[in-house]
Design a protein around this ligand. Structure first.
Ligand SMILES: Cc1cc2nc3c(=O)[nH]c(=O)nc-3n(C[C@H](O)[C@H](O)[C@H](O)COP(=O)(O)OP(=O)(O)OC[C@H]3O[C@@H](n4cnc5c(N)ncnc54)[C@H](O)[C@@H]3O)c2cc1C
Length: 311
């Protein structure tokens, strides 16, 4: 294990960002730590300075602002289900959050950390000696992707369970850095590059997740994992339909970024399923085989369209 040499817990957002810029070559923000610390113990995360952002009081509220719900990034996953508006307006978000990890972890894990949790691969999420014995992979400074034998691309999987539902809901995120705030669509932060899966600067803090309240969206959420009680996803899908007939498929666990297909309920649903399958760059880097996960993706999407008709 590579222990950090410096651990700092600032009290304000401004101080956290200033400290991040001071240590910008070798630091990480830490929230619940349930993703970052595991990567650290496995030697995959090597920053020497950790900036703990859980003391930022202003990042702990959930509030209605105009026609939006603002969920602060430090909200623990198990708190989402206790909030009246989230329960009544966004039940699929609670379902997705309650499928993350285990009850104990959800008391510590935050929604911001979930959106930003590191991509995974069965050849990367291993101990240091295991990775060394296979010659390391592209994501940990080796020169080959062990899953595919290729040299150009890393196919580590995007695994956040809440992000597919949030993207279905049209979530935007507020990022704060030294030069102020910006608000962008959540779906735009994912790059599709397994080595650097997100395009936001390391020094930016994800402050808030913003959800439009005045919309009627039905969502079917599904997740495939070996052990229901704790495992990361092998496949996550959120299929949604809004009041105007627009549909959206968002799939996780099948590509380095969420696979998103947009269409209309009057269109050919089988074509949308085919598009989702062809856009998913699945490789054999999971507990389940690529072939099985492709079949399960098809099945989940077919079932979700059927279920949408009945709610
Ligand atoms: C056994 C086990 C099972 C798990 N199963 C699942 C699962 O099924 N599904 C799933 O999605 N995840 C799973 N996880 C991963 C993890 O628990 C969750 O993704 C969790 O929500 C991460 O939140 P956190 O607050 O602990 O993030 P942290 O570990 O603190 O941070 C994760 C990353 O986000 C960055 N970060 C966190 N908050 C911010 C912020 N506000 N601004 C900028 N950067 C930030 C950190 O720098 C780090 O890079 C599992 C973990 C374990 C140990």
């Amino acid at each position: 294990m590579i222990a950090e040499k410096k651990y700092i817990k600032p009290a304000t957002l401004e101080e956290a960002i200033r400290l991040a810029h001071e240590h910008k070559d070798d630091f990480s923000y830490i929230a619940g730590g349930t993703d970052l610390l595991v990567n650290k113990y496995q030697g995959n995360h090597i920053a020497q300075c950790l900036i703990d952002i859980t003391g930022l009081a202003e990042s702990k509220k959930i509030a209605v602002v105009g026609e939006h719900l603002k969920i602060c990034s430090l909200t623990r996953l198990d708190e989402l289900g206790k909030h009246e508006i989230i329960t009544s307006k966004f039940p699929a978000l609670i379902m997705a959050a309650s499928e993350v990890a285990s009850p104990m972890l959800r008391k510590t894990a935050t929604i911001g950390g979930n959106i930003l949790c590191e991509n995974r691969c069965s050849f990367y999420n291993q101990s240091e000696w295991w990775r060394e014995s296979v010659g390391y992979c592209l994501k940990c400074e080796g020169d080959i992707c062990i899953a595919t034998g290729g040299k150009k691309a890393c196919f580590s999987k995007f695994v956040s369970d809440t992000a597919p539902v949030l993207i279905s809901l049209g979530a935007r995120v507020e990022l704060r850095d030294i030069d102020g705030s910006k608000i962008i669509d959540l779906e735009t932060i994912y790059t599709g590059d397994g080595i650097k899966p997100r395009n936001i600067p390391d020094t930016s803090i994800l402050k808030t997740i913003i959800l439009p309240l005045n919309q009627d969206i039905k969502i079917i959420f599904k997740k495939l994992r070996p052990r229901q009680a704790v495992d990361f996803t092998s496949l996550t899908t959120a299929v949604s339909l809004n009041e105007e007939g627009a549909i959206k498929i968002v799939a996780g666990g099948v590509d380095p970024k969420p696979v998103i297909i947009k269409g209309d309920i009057k269109g050919n649903l089988n074509d949308y399923i085919k598009m989702a399958l062809s856009k998913s760059r699945m490789v054999d880097n999971d507990y389940y085989s690529r072939k099985y996960r492709r079949e399960m993706l098809r099945l989940f999407l077919e079932q979700s369209f059927e279920e949408l008709k009945n709610i």
